[in-house]
Design a protein around this ligand. Structure first.
Ligand code: MF3
Ligand code: CO
Length: 239
């Protein structure tokens, strides 16, 4: 899984170097797919079952889109908030990670939203200790987000990951300390705070995939695949 995560981290680095004003999300999708396949991997999202099989290798969710935005001919504009989510299968092992980029010069609120969401992921990861519970992760994420005046999306959650992309347990981005499934040595989970600048409610777009904020406010998404080890959390999708 670490090998899979290393390919995914490299892919995210390549995407980070590629994003910018005028770049299309379809181009980013092509860059990601090419890199993953060149490393002997398979894009985990492509063909993933849903209302229709997922048609791309990455999710590119712009501004009020929270997650599962489908790459297309949209050319990024100055000030956009772009969440990129990618999954890799290498030798049968899945890794899953997301980063959010500000395009060009973003508003102060957008910049703070991106930072707070990234820090909330770090807080959640820090709670990935043997003997802790999934509620400790959610509580850590939620505390960080709500202190900033933002809201956690509750209808979408992180998840166990391994031979399949979505395994037990579910990992909500909210919760009470000491509640939920206990974290045991060797468990690998994808922690993925989805944070809205406004209210937490989301809607499903007409394409059947894109999830967007109901109130039209900006949203950000960060995700890592993390192993629970006796030595503490080991992030498998770190550059
Ligand atoms: N990281 C997302 C998730 O855990 C990506 C899934 S996109 C899909 O649900 F197309 F593969 F469904
Ligand atoms: Co995920």
């Amino acid at each position: 899984m670490a090998a899979s995560g290393a390919v995914l981290a490299e892919c995210h680095d390549a995407l980070a170097a590629e994003v910018g004003v005028g770049v299309t999300t379809a181009h980013l999708d092509a860059v990601a797919e090419e890199l993953i396949r060149a490393r002997g991997g398979i894009p985990a999202f492509k063909g993933y079952p849903g209302p229709t099989p997922y048609p791309a290798s990455i999710c590119a969710s712009v501004n009020d889109a929270v997650v599962h935005g489908i790459p297309d001919g949209y050319a990024l504009r100055d000030g956009d908030v772009l969440a990129l989510d990618v999954g890799v299968i290498l030798d049968g092992w899945v890794s899953d990670a997301a980063r959010t980029h500000g395009i060009g010069t973003v508003s102060p609120i957008a910049s703070r939203l991106i930072d707070v969401t990234r820090v909330s992921l770090e807080r959640g990861i820090a709670a990935c200790l043997v003997g802790n519970h999934v509620g400790d992760i959610g509580h850590a994420v939620q505390t960080e987000v709500e202190a900033a005046g933002f809201s956690v999306v509750e209808s979408l959650v992180g998840h166990g990951v391994g031979r399949s992309m979505h395994e037990e347990p579910q990992v909500p981005n909210f919760g009470r300390p000491g509640t939920g499934v206990e974290l045991t040595e060797g468990l690998v989970i994808a922690i993925e705070p989805m944070v809205n600048a406004g209210r937490h409610e989301v809607i499903l777009a007409d394409d059947g995939w894109t999830i967007a904020t109901r109130d039209g406010t900006l949203s950000a998404h960060w995700e890592h695949t993390v192993a629970v080890t006796a030595d503490g959390p080991r992030i498998l999708t770190l550059s």
